[in-house]
Write a protein that binds this ligand. Structure first.
Ligand code: ZN
Length: 300
């Protein structure tokens, strides 16, 4: 386990990780947002408090790294081409997130880079090849504050500073799963009609179809309202976003604040007191069952 993980930071020092001023400011905002956002949960708050401490250690560690070395390590140990454009903070964040996914035994993205994206888009994961791009317009050296504010506003599901890479890597995990399902569907159809006939009949492109369904807006209704209350506003836009944002929250809530690794696998040891409706949706989205949740016109 140890040998395959990346250690970009020669030493993450937890000496002085506690920043009294930052915590004080956080608590001040918290007082207000506890009233303004009724969906802010106790776990969200403790995850944010822990994240502030992890983030202080992260900032010190990030200063000492060489992004090119990190790129080489990621390629050597995980086979993933990575280009950070000399951004120390992004390189550190990505390697921490990769270590988390490696520990959870999840499929990893196929490539990672920093590049130009539309203004307002922080990162994307391609449905075609599961490559992840982080925006070159974003200031990656100052991510904790904005993540907390976005959770406070209920736009996102967690205020952890690693939310963006974890959210994107969850998209990649989901896409890999949907591709697998599409492949099985294709084979079953081919066997049913025979290869030649199925070419003539043109079997639908299941891969594209499933990716499209996952990315189709939710229809107005119970599921959407429920996601707003229990995941996030952004998660309530599309099934793929619900999956990625809920996953990001589950992972962030499981992290040890010193090692920044999951204390347990939140997807295996499911807490039985956990929300049944959310779990049902996650299962449906994992199995490619989107139709009853999404708007009609684009679903076929
Ligand atoms: Zn997303």
């Amino acid at each position: 386990m140890k040998s395959s993980s990346i250690s970009p930071q020669s030493a993450v020092s937890f000496k002085g990780y506690y920043d009294a001023d930052k915590i004080k400011l956080f608590e001040k905002y918290l007082e207000y947002y506890k009233r303004a956002n009724p969906y802010l949960k106790k776990t969200d708050i403790s995850t944010m408090r822990n994240s502030i401490s992890s983030y202080n250690a992260f900032l010190k560690g990030a200063e000492t790294i060489n992004p090119v070395n990190v790129e080489n390590q990621i390629y050597k140990k995980m086979g993933i081409p990575a280009h950070f454009d000399n951004d120390k903070h992004l390189a550190s964040m990505v390697s921490l997130a990769l270590n988390i996914f490696k520990k959870l035994n999840f499929v990893l993205p196929t490539s990672i880079k920093k590049g130009p994206l539309e203004y307002g888009t922080r990162a994307i994961c391609s449905t075609k090849d599961r490559s992840v791009i982080f925006s070159s317009l974003e200031d990656w050296s100052n991510t904790q504050e904005s993540q907390i504010m976005e959770r406070f506003e209920n736009h996102t599901s967690t205020g952890h500073f690693l939310r963006t890479p974890i959210h994107e890597f969850m998209h990649s995990v989901h896409i890999a799963q949907l591709n697998k399902l599409a492949y099985i569907k294709e084979k079953v159809t081919e066997n049913a009609y025979g290869k030649w006939l199925s070419m003539v009949l043109k079997i639908p492109d299941f891969k594209t179809e499933m990716a499209n369904d996952a990315g189709t807006p939710f229809k107005e209704g119970n599921a959407m309202q429920y996601i707003i209350q229990h995941v996030s506003g952004y998660g309530a836009t599309r099934p793929c976003e619900m999956f990625a944002d809920k996953g990001a929250q589950m992972i962030a809530d499981s992290l040890d604040f010193k090692t920044i690794l999951p204390k347990h696998n939140p997807f295996v040891f499911k807490n039985f007191t956990e929300d049944k409706y959310i779990n049902k949706m996650l299962d449906d989205f994992w199995m490619g069952n989107f139709s009853k949740y999404i708007q009609e016109e684009k679903s076929k």
